[in-house]
Design a binder for this molecule. Structure first.
Ligand SMILES: [Zn+2]
Length: 101
């Protein structure tokens, strides 16, 4: 197991997790249930993304960095079907597969 990414925004981490899974990399979230979503007064703890196979960690980190740099250049969009936020580089919703409106 190797940590490849962490972020306080659970949706953001889910987006990255989806990206890795699409690329055949098995990964797991940690601290998911401690994320600040909706819990007022709790300190926000970054959600961590761990790759099961350490030999894939380098590829995973490269994918994450590519994703983040592309996402920064495109604006996020909200899924018209399930209202999830998607990174701008996603052509379809990571959660339900719907296309942007
Ligand atoms: Zn959706």
């Amino acid at each position: 197991m190797k940590k490849v990414y962490s972020h306080e925004n659970l949706t953001q981490v889910h987006t990255v997790k989806g990206l890795l899974e699409v690329n055949g990399i098995d990964c797991t979230l940690k601290n998911e249930h401690h994320a600040s979503g909706g819990h007022v007064g709790l300190e926000s703890i970054p959600v961590e993304l761990w790759v099961a196979d350490e030999s894939q960690a380098e590829k995973a980190i490269a994918l994450v960095e590519k994703e983040l740099s592309e996402a920064a250049s495109k604006s996020e969009w909200t899924c018209p079907n399930c209202q999830e936020r998607n990174a701008g580089s996603f052509d379809s919703c990571w959660n339900c597969g719907a296309l942007p409106a």
